[in-house]
Design a binder for this molecule. Structure first.
Ligand SMILES: Nc1ncnc2c1ncn2[C@@H]1O[C@H](COP(=O)(O)OP(=O)(O)OP(=O)(O)O)[C@@H](O)[C@H]1O
Length: 611
């Protein structure tokens, strides 16, 4: 099956090599020099080895004294022992060194993933890029680690080839040309297999992502209940089988190409050595070559082939490393669309609460045809409590992600206190928002650290107590032996606890309140709360949003009645807006949804009065 991939690597081989070498030098100069010193050691050993038999044979045939004989062979033997011991001793350090470089890239990768614009890693395209870059930093074979061994190998092989070449040159200059050309053919065959593998990676990466998803979900404690109760095991197995089959097929294509390349490599090597050794035998028989020289040249030719095929192998590996480095650098190079420069100043204390204006706002997810947000114009005034309602998929979460700067508008603008959101420094802009999303994210830390996201010594105790009270988490804290210092995530610590869904939601609310951003956005913050806890949040909503501008998303329409204004979103557009009473009198979609919901909240079941 032919693989079509028109995308060319963004960087050249030399550019990538310089990038990797520069990093190695700047990250650890001592280690870099250690690698350089290995090069002469790698070359001297084999050179002494091919001279040994010649010295031995020449010494015997010249009938030298025992003392001279021992000196002749003793010096190279001691040399070989010293060189080999030094190489063996340095092997371990070289391995650890390569790993050290790779770990620095892994760390940089993690930093980029955490720091880059949310939009860059959102969706399948962003996730593919992330996955490909991960593949360049995983395992001993990864280019970021293998580069040290490959570069040392390449330079040693080149020096070795030059030394052996000068010996072979004395037999016949054409022999060098012949050996070199045959090795170049090998290189191009290997290069074909490499390029094929690289193109295949575009297909392999999404399959790897799917397999990884199933692997992690299968062991994920959160999925464990559904997996068992809904008997999803078979479904998982089926999916895994399908993806695995796809993955194996793609790997099979790679292995097949590699196999063909190796086969051609073997056949060529056989031909090359056969002709060269034949010429040596011919020289002994018909060109007066001494046995000592025959042994030396024999060693030089087989060694030359080794150096050459080493170079070919190293060049092929360098090519693979180059392609992997492209993936990694392209990931590192992903540009942020949000402003990371200085930006306009944040609203001052006296300007709070904030004023938010959306002007003709459009948003289309990368890779999709349709706009999810379509031409929204909305002015949320300072201190206003706005409710955002609408059916599932209407675009409520997308809209708040746009407002709080996780996505950048495809068209249109967002103004905060009259200043375009694009002009704020991205990280400073984020400080304006205290947001509770539907999904929760915990750190394996104590409750207080999870709320404040500060180290214990920096926590503002007064503020913490206040938010624990408002969020309704105080009762729970009081019931715990270690109170707010209790660790979370049982899967990580033995003495930790796990919170219930509602408690988790309260914790997320407490985290948002502790952050104290002038704009509060709550996306379904009470969905998991019991009626008492939910009621308490509504009672405290005024206190919670005091001197703040707030956006409240909820499917329980009755809960939005305490907001100043309600916006009804439908298919990414504002269909209706106004106060609860205004919307009810419009007799539109809001009215319809509200009436449907309240039908089940009255003292009726299925519309029947309870006796
Ligand atoms: N990363 C994404 N890539 C592509 N489409 C997306 C992405 N995230 C959401 N969507 C799509 O955008 C649309 C709006 O989703 P959104 O989450 O904003 O709706 P919502 O109104 O918040 O829904 P709900 O009430 O269910 O929370 C949906 O059709 C959804 O499938």
């Amino acid at each position: 099956m032919a693989i079509k991939n028109e995308e060319k690597p963004k960087y050249g081989v030399l550019e990538n090599m310089m990038y990797l070498i520069k990093n190695m030098w700047s990250w650890d100069k001592g280690l870099f020099l250690f690698f350089v010193i290995q090069i002469p050691l790698i070359v001297i050993g084999p050179l002494l080895n091919i001279y040994m038999p010649k010295i031995l044979i020449d010494s015997i045939s010249q009938g030298v004294s025992i003392r001279q004989f021992l000196i002749n062979i003793g010096i190279p033997i001691i040399g070989i022992i010293i060189v080999e011991s030094m190489l063996k001793a340095s092997y371990f350090k070289a391995q650890i060194g390569g790993m050290k470089y790779r770990h620095i890239y892994t760390l940089k990768h993690a930093e980029k993933s955490i720091d880059t614009d949310y939009e860059n890693i959102d969706g399948p395209k962003g996730q593919d890029k992330l996955m490909k870059a991960i593949m360049a930093t995983i395992g001993d074979e990864a280019g970021t680690q293998a580069i040290t061994a490959v570069l040392i190998g390449l330079i040693s092989n080149m020096v070795g080839m030059a030394l052996y070449g000068s010996i072979i040159f004395t037999i016949h200059p054409l022999l060098i040309g012949f050996l070199t050309i045959s090795s170049l053919i090998n290189y191009f065959i290997g290069d074909y297999a490499n390029k094929y593998e690289y193109k295949n990676k575009d297909k392999l990466s999404p399959v790897g992502k799917k397999l990884e998803y199933i692997r992690t979900k299968a062991g994920d404690f959160k999925s464990a209940k559904d997996l068992r109760l809904y008997n999803m095991t078979y479904w998982f197995q089926d999916m895994y089988d399908v993806f695995l089959k796809d993955g194996i097929e793609l790997q099979r294509q790679n292995i097949y190409r590699r196999y063909l390349a190796n086969l051609a490599d073997g056949a060529l090597a056989f031909l090359r050595d056969g002709i060269s050794y034949g010429f040596l035998i011919y020289s002994v028989l018909y060109r007066n070559m001494s046995i000592g020289n025959f042994v030396l040249y024999f060693g030089a030719i087989s060694g030359f082939s080794n150096w050459l095929s080493g170079i070919v192998k190293n060049l092929n590996e360098l090519n693979r490393i180059h392609l992997e480095t492209c993936d990694l650098r392209e990931y590192f190079d992903m540009e942020d669309r949000m402003n990371r420069g200085k930006g306009v100043e944040l609203p001052k204390e006296f300007e709070l609460p904030c004023d938010i204006e959306l002007r003709n706002l459009y948003y289309k997810y990368p890779g999709t045809e349709e706009y999810t947000i379509k031409g929204i114009n909305l002015h949320i005034k300072k201190g206003e409590k706005l409710a955002l309602v609408g059916v599932n998929g209407a675009g409520k979460t997308t809209l708040v992600k746009l407002i709080c700067g996780l996505y950048t508008p495809t068209k249109g603008e967002i103004y905060i206190n009259g200043k375009n959101s694009r002009e704020y420094n991205r990280d400073e802009y984020y400080t304006l928002f205290s947001v509770v999303f539907q999904d929760t994210h915990l750190l394996p830390k104590s409750i207080e650290e999870n709320i404040s996201l500060q180290k214990k010594e920096n926590i503002d105790e007064e503020k913490l107590s206040k938010v624990l009270y408002i969020s309704g988490l105080m009762e729970k804290i009081k019931s715990l032996l270690r109170g707010k210092e209790t660790l979370l995530m049982k899967s990580i610590y033995e003495d930790a606890i796990d919170l219930s869904g509602g408690e988790l939601q309260k914790l997320m609310l407490a985290r948002a309140l502790y952050k104290n951003g002038p704009i509060i956005i709550l996306d379904e913050p009470t969905a998991a709360l019991d009626p008492i806890a939910e009621n308490e949040i509504y009672q405290r909503y005024n206190e919670l949003t005091k001197e703040r501008t707030s956006i409240f998303i909820s499917h329980r329409l009755a809960s939005t009645r305490f907001c100043d204004r309600i916006v009804f979103l439908d298919e990414g557009q504002i269909r209706e807006y106004g106060s609860h009473n205004e919307l009810m009198s419009k007799n539109g979609k809001y009215n319809e949804m509200y009436t449907m919901q309240s039908y089940y909240y009255k003292d009726k079941i299925g519309g029947e009065e309870i006796a």
